[in-house]
Design a protein around this ligand. Structure first.
Ligand code: TYD
Length: 132
């Protein structure tokens, strides 16, 4: 599956750490940054794939699970470290769930928001893959 964990360089000091995201650690030009916060623990986010968007997800605070499907296999990744980024390439179905209290999910994206890039129906997603 076209996903990867990226190590976010950090500066560690007794008085606190700094995570630094510079362009060389992200395999695309960042065009948009957004974040999920105040997510109820029962909420399921995502539930879609993107035709061409690539994203990196970082659990800035707390934890949550990312369920990934590429049409052949399913993988669940728990994000709970602010110095780990999950690269999700295009055409991967993702669901985000089990948000801990206070969890914040930072998303770095390769393009500005475009609803036409979304596939929000799983059967449509499988059909899209079959037509690639
Ligand atoms: P969506 O991407 O479906 O959220 P999630 O995957 O986190 O569950 O977006 C939810 C709504 O917010 C949808 O109506 C589109 C809107 N939205 C924007 O307008 N701009 C954005 O950058 C994002 C990420 C979402």
């Amino acid at each position: 599956m076209n996903i990867k964990i990226i190590d976010i360089p950090k500066i560690e000091r007794p008085e606190g750490n700094i995570g630094v995201v510079q362009k060389e650690v992200i395999p695309f030009d960042i065009k948009r940054v957004y974040y999920l916060f105040d997510v109820p623990s029962s909420a399921k986010r995502g539930g879609h794939a993107h035709k061409s968007l690539s994203q990196v997800l970082i659990a800035l605070s707390g934890s949550f699970d990312v369920v990934l499907k590429d049409g052949n296999s399913t993988q669940t990744i728990t994000l709970n470290k602010p110095d780990k980024g999950l690269l999700i390439d295009s055409t991967i179905w993702r669901e985000l769930e089990n948000f801990s209290s206070g969890a914040v999910c930072l998303v770095l994206a390769s393009a500005i928001y475009n609803e036409n890039d979304y596939i929000r129906d799983f059967d449509e997603f499988i059909q899209y893959l079959n037509n690639l």
